[in-house]
Design a protein around this ligand. Structure first.
Ligand code: DUC
Ligand code: ZN
Ligand code: ZN
Ligand code: ZN
Length: 484
């Protein structure tokens, strides 16, 4: 399919210019003024619109078994929701069960991903630890195209790993040229606070937020940063939701550590007053970890995006229906954690960020697409409008308006945490893999249209922090290979 996008303003993370964009065979083949339309090309009139790299959401949980149920959006509904909101690639998590081989988990998630309507990649979670996992990490990086490993510092008794495992796994990541990711909340303290609030008779959704204060995130972020530094690895902190965590990241970066932070669109615009609702369903639908924060944290997150100390806006899209949320009636610890956002991330960020002057259009592109493409080592294949890049392109109409409404969404849940949010600036056309996936409200992408995107490791030399002094090496000895 040949497509010519005519008359728009191309926005990349580093420049904005009036140019046409020619797409053929799934790739961008030309960017420039007044391009000739090849015979048979479909012409898209982008007058008055911005032509930007499709969004990349590096943090989704589609079809994920979790807390006694499975997240309700699978790779089909989730990626169609993504495309409707201008996101053309998601990165999801392989989550090995206790004792499950990483290879088996990878195959399971690749099978789920066959339904994807847009391109997708995978992270591998380290949910248990022994020599087998250590050994299998090599094939994950070198054969399966996964250069990121997720570690949960929370979910005690389930997904949580301890500091010994963290240090060892981070060392292994460094040796393989992979990037460790952390869910940074202190799971031991969360566990105790949960019990405390239950004992006090606080059983509703507000107990979820009371038992996961910003301090547990600040502690875990600081700890993970120092462990990564000792291991000689970079670090990516998922869902950075509070000032304490952001400050730890900013401090680490100022000291020369390669540490990245990822606020979620939810934490940028929604706050913890929502858990005080008298309507149990309303509050439970907003239960996610980390929880929504006091409004005062939002200014810190926005400042991080502006200054570059935080680099990526994601969603942690992990959608559960109201019926699923009700598993936690009478005990907030059993409310499945997670909210949606895939369809809303770009429109809400544009409204709350660009329309308010908090972010420039270039910064919008950086935090929704380019920065994560670089962090994940898929740039400039993804994250840029340039010849040779994948034709994942959005034509963004800054004057189009909508009010977020669950009744009109593609996501397979019965509510939306952004319900009623007024957006101005929407994707008029989403092009994914060189095909028109979504146009004028009509979904054209089909189940299976997406491809798996394998990602190469970074050279090991690139991953160590400037501050790293190898603690495993006696003076005068070269770097020692870590062993299982
Ligand atoms: N947080 C959530 O809210 N859901 C999925 C996993 C997570 O860490
Ligand atoms: Zn299959
Ligand atoms: Zn998490
Ligand atoms: Zn998550």
């Amino acid at each position: 399919m040949t497509i010519l996008i005519r008359g728009g303003t191309v926005v990349n993370h580093d420049f904005e210019t009036r140019a046409d964009v020619l797409i053929d065979g799934g790739k961008i083949v030309a960017v420039g003024p007044k391009l000739e339309a090849p015979a048979g090309a479909e012409i898209i009139d982008a007058g008055g619109a911005y032509v930007m790299p499709g969004g990349i959401d590096p943090h989704t949980h589609l079809d994920m078994p979790f807390m006694g149920t499975s997240s309700s959006d699978d790779f089909e509904t989730g990626t169609r929701a993504a495309l409707a909101g201008g996101t053309t690639m998601v990165v999801d998590f392989c989550l090995p069960g206790p004792g499950q081989s990483l290879l088996a988990a990878y195959q399971e998630w690749r099978h789920k991903g066959e339904k994807a309507a847009c391109d997708y990649g995978l992270h591998m979670a380290i949910t248990w630890w022994d020599k087998q996992v250590f050994d299998e990490m090599e094939a994950v990086v070198k054969t399966y195209g996964i250069n990121t490993f997720k570690h949960f510092l929370a979910y005690k008794g389930a997904l949580m790993v301890n500091d010994d495992e963290l240090f060892h796994s981070f060392q292994r990541c460094a040796g393989l040229g992979a990037l460790p990711l952390v869910h940074a909340e202190n799971g031991d303290i969360v566990f105790r606070l949960q019990q405390h609030y239950i004992d006090l008779g606080v059983t509703g959704p507000e107990g979820h937020s009371y038992s996961r204060p910003p301090e547990v995130e600040g502690e875990a972020t600081n700890r993970a940063i120092m462990i990564a530094d000792m291991a000689g690895s970079p670090l990516y902190v998922v869902h950075t939701s509070c000032k304490e965590s952001h400050e730890a990241i900013a401090r680490a970066r100022a000291a020369g550590k390669r540490v990245y932070g990822e606020p979620l669109i939810q934490h940028l615009v929604l706050d913890d007053s929502e858990y005080q609702s008298k309507d149990w369903d309303y509050a439970a639908r907003r239960v996610m970890s980390p929880p929504f924060r006091d409004k005062s944290h939002q200014a810190s997150l926005w400042a991080g995006l502006q200054s570059g100390s935080l680099q990526v806006v994601a969603t942690d899209h992990c959608a559960f229906t109201t019926e699923q949320k009700r598993y936690g009636l009478g005990d907030f610890r059993k409310i499945p954690n997670g909210t949606g956002g895939l369809e809303d991330r770009l429109p809400v960020l544009w409204a709350a960020g660009v329309n308010t002057g908090r972010l420039t259009r270039e910064e919008f592109v950086a935090v929704t697409s380019t920065n994560i493409a670089r962090i994940l080592n898929v740039y400039p294949r993804k994250g840029r409008i340039a010849p040779g890049s994948d034709a994942d392109v959005i034509v963004w109409d800054p004057s189009a308006e909508k009010t977020v409404s669950a009744a009109k969404q593609f996501s397979a849940i019965d509510y939306n945490v952004f319900e009623g949010y007024a957006c101005k600036g929407l994707p008029a056309v989403t092009i994914s893999g060189g095909k028109i996936a979504f146009k004028a409200g009509e979904m054209r992408a089909e189940k299976g249209d997406g491809q798996y995107v394998a990602r190469d490791p970074f050279p090991a030399a690139h991953v160590a922090n400037a501050t790293w002094k190898d603690l495993t090496r006696p003076r005068g000895v070269e770097r020692i290979e870590v062993t299982p």
